[in-house]
Structure formats: structure tokens, C-alpha cells
Design a protein around this ligand. Structure first.
Ligand code: MLT
Length: 407
């Protein structure tokens, strides 16, 4: 008899964004005349930067001749891209990361979801609340939690991010082994200072723990004093893995390219306390389960680091941040409290009511799609998240409709 992984039965309904997409499709079918504006899932809408498009075309042309053709590439990614990343995203910020420590992949969602495979079943995991659902769900699937009870999974240490702590989770009171952090934060848009991040690195060192640092939204940081990578913090290489993505920074959500940094020093332990290099384990997994991102996509990603690519991606970020500024201004004028938007494409709004009710209200009366905060965890109840990823015209129209409804 084929039996299932019963841990899947503990999961709550469907994946948050699939659930929302289904509701929006049903609404559109019932109201075909309504022009829906999506400020829900953080999916980019602007064209790829021209430098990336040109590199993409050129790589496809190379593939069209026998001499230029490439078959399987290195599982870890082509050196031209790994070098460009190490140089521009890390060494330029004083973070000593080498190309050999970078693993190219097809998405930070996959990497943040897959990384937990490297660790034993009985570790204690700390996960923020609210949180990008992938961290939690993948650990549920792997059987690291108990049942879902009163809005939470047994066995998880929840790090609450609330208005009181500025949506920056505090160190756990109990000892944990694996810590998920995301800054600029999805969903709240909050950021972490170097000093605050330093306390997490110190905690990880003192407790032989490991930090999984999701920096997918790093490109939106405007405040120069904020850390762009956890490796700006001394000693972080030993205790932290960082996830990055070209999805939001260069419009690659449909193109797929991301990377994970696993420093050579990064360590974990076996049950006898012997040290092991996480880099070697991740490399082993990557080689076994992944055959690399396509050559044209990696060429397109590398073009992000050309002079024109840098200018064009900066322009893209400025465009979305202008949308974020508009959302913040309008929300403030309506008398709602919010966080994020300053160094993030997400605006986290205290809706002063149940978040799914707010979602329904906005969809039904304005045709605007948001993400209900409760979908990110129980601390998200009462909030909604608006995303700045749309055209300026659509964002302006969405805010006009919201103002009419709530003003
Ligand atoms: C989000 O809306 O939170 C993100 O777009 C989801 C993702 O990146 O997978």
C-alpha cells in the first residue's frame, strides 16, 4: 500500500497566494466588467531591464550554433555570474564572500524551502510571526512540527513581530537551533539595524545555532546605514546562510534566477558535536537534485552588473519605491497606521478589523487585491499588506478607489 507523508495533512488549506488567486479568479468570473488591480502577491510588472534582454538574446543566439551551444552547466552556476555577484553584492560592501560560496538557483522560494533538508528532524526552529509562509510550511512538510492548534504549529518557537517591537522580532527566551530572519521584511517591510543584526549573530554563536537570512528585498534599501547583507556583521560567515533573488531587484519573477550564499566557514554539528561544513552538504544536495539555471538566464542575470544594467535596475527600484511612497502618503491621509514602504516594496497596514474581512471589502468594493495579514501568521491578524509592484497609474487608481471607499 502506498502511504502518504502524513505531515502534509497538518498544513492549513492551500498555499496563501494560491488561495488568494483562486478567490480573485472567482470574483472576476462573477464580475467580468470589473477592472481588478493587483497589489497582492509581490509579482513585478515592469519589463526586464534592456541590458538583461540584450544579454538574454545574445545567449540564445549562441545556443543556436554548434560552436556556441552549451549543454549542462555547472550545478552551482557559471563562474561569470558567481564572480559578478561576489564582487558587486558583497566585496563592494566590504563583505568577504568568494564566488565559490555562491550557489545559483531558480528562486529564493525554492532555496529557502529546500535548505531545511540539511538539518536533523529534532532541531528547535524559530520562525517570525508574521512570516513568508514558505519557511513554516516546508518545516511542517518535513515533520518538524506538531499539530496546528489555535493558529500555531506545536513545536515551533514563534518570534513575534508586532507594533510594540517595531515589527523586528526579539531574541528568543529559550535556546533554538535554526533561526529564520528576513530583512527588509516580507510581509511587514520592517528593517533591521547593524546593531540589532549583530545581536542575532552573537546569539547564533553562543548557542551553536544557524541563521537563515532572507535578503530578497535588499535592493529596496534606501537608508545607507542599514546592512545590505548579514556578512557585513563580523563573524556572520560562520553562522549564517543568505538568500538573494533577481526576482524583485531586476524583474526576474517570470525569468527565474536567484542565489544562496553558503560560506565555507558556515558550520553545523552531528549528534556527537563534531563540526560539519554546511557548504559541503548544500553542494552535495545541489549536485544531486539540481541541474543548474539555463545559460541564457544566467547571462541575463550577469547583465544586471554591467554599467547599463546597474542603472536600469536602479531605475526599476526607484519606480516601485515611488509607488510605495504614494501608497504610504494615501494610507496616512486616511488615518491608518502603517509600517514598511520606506526601504521595502511592501506596506503593512493596520486595518483596524479582521484582515480577511478587509481583503473582501477591498476586493468587492474597489476591485483592489491586497494580501490579508492573517495569512502570514496570527500576529498578522488585523493587518493587510499592499505591494508596490504595479504600474504607477494602477497604483494611483487603486488608491483613488480606496480613498473613495474608506475616506
Ligand atoms: C510575496 O508576495 O510575498 C512574494 O511575491 C512571494 C514570493 O516571492 O514567493
Amino acid at each position: 500500500m502506498i502511504t502518504i507523508n502524513e505531515h502534509y495533512l497538518k498544513l492549513q488549506a492551500s498555499y496563501l497566494f494560491s488561495d488568494i488567486a483562486r478567490r480573485v479568479t472567482a470574483f472576476q468570473e462573477m464580475n467580468p466588467e470589473k477592472n481588478i488591480i493587483k497589489l497582492g502577491i509581490g509579482d513585478v510588472t515592469r519589463a526586464l531591464p534592456q541590458a538583461c534582454v540584450e544579454a538574454f538574446h545574445q545567449a540564445v543566439d549562441e545556443m543556436a550554433s554548434d560552436t556556441g551551444f552549451r549543454g549542462y552547466g555547472p550545478e552551482q552556476g557559471y563562474d561569470f555570474l558567481r564572480q559578478a555577484i561576489a564582487e558587486n553584492d558583497f566585496r563592494a560592501r566590504g563583505a568577504d564572500i568568494s564566488s565559490a560560496e555562491i550557489f545559483i538557483s531558480d528562486g529564493a522560494k525554492c532555496d529557502t524551502g529546500n535548505i531545511q533538508e540539511l538539518f536533523s528532524q529534532d532541531i528547535i526552529i524559530a520562525i517570525p510571526d508574521p512570516v513568508y509562509p514558505v519557511y513554516l510550511d516546508t518545516n511542517v512538510m518535513a515533520g518538524r512540527t506538531g499539530k496546528y492548534k489555535d493558529g500555531r504549529y506545536e513545536g515551533i518557537v514563534y518570534l513575534e513581530a508586532t507594533k510594540e517591537n517595531g515589527f523586528v522580532p526579539q531574541l528568543p527566551k529559550q535556546k533554538v537551533d535554526l533561526i529564520y530572519l528576513c530583512f527588509p521584511n516580507n510581509p511587514t517591510g520592517s528593517t533591521i539595524s547593524k546593531d540589532e543584526l549583530k545581536t542575532w549573530v552573537e546569539y547564533a554563536k553562543e548557542n551553536n545555532a544557524l541563521i537563515l537570512f532572507d535578503a530578497a528585498y535588499e535592493a529596496f534599501i534606501r537608508d545607507e546605514s542599514l546592512p545590505r547583507t548579514i556578512y557585513e556583521i563580523e563573524g556572520a560567515k560562520e553562522v549564517a546562510i543568505e538568500f538573494r533573488s533577481f526576482s524583485k531587484s531586476a524583474g526576474f519573477t517570470g525569468t527565474r534566477c536567484a542565489y544562496t550564499v553558503v560560506p565555507k566557514e558556515c558550520r553545523a554539528f552531528d549528534k556527537d558535536g563534531n563540526i560539519h561544513h554546511v557548504h559541503d552538504l548544500w553542494n552535495r544536495r545541489h549536485c544531486t537534485k539540481f541541474n543548474g539555471v539555463s545559460y541564457p538566464v544566467q547571462r541575463a542575470a550577469a547583465a544586471v552588473y554591467s554599467e547599463s544594467g546597474k542603472q536600469q535596475t536602479a531605475e526599476l527600484i526607484r519606480y516601485y519605491l515611488r509607488n510605495a511612497d504614494l501608497i504610504c502618503k494615501e494610507i496616512k491621509a486616511l488615518g491608518y497606521e502603517y509600517d514598511g514602504g520606506e526601504n521595502s516594496p511592501y506596506i503593512w497596514i493596520d486595518g483596524k478589523r479582521n484582515s480577511w474581512d478587509f481583503f473582501d471589502l477591498l476586493l468587492n468594493s474597489t476591485g483592489v487585491v491586497c494580501t490579508p495579514g492573517a495569512g502570514f501568521g496570527s500576529c498578522g491578524e488585523g493587518y493587510i499588506r499592499l505591494s508596490a509592484f504595479n504600474s504607477y497609474e494602477n497604483v494611483a487608481e487603486a488608491m483613488t478607489r480606496i480613498r473613495r471607499e474608506l475616506g
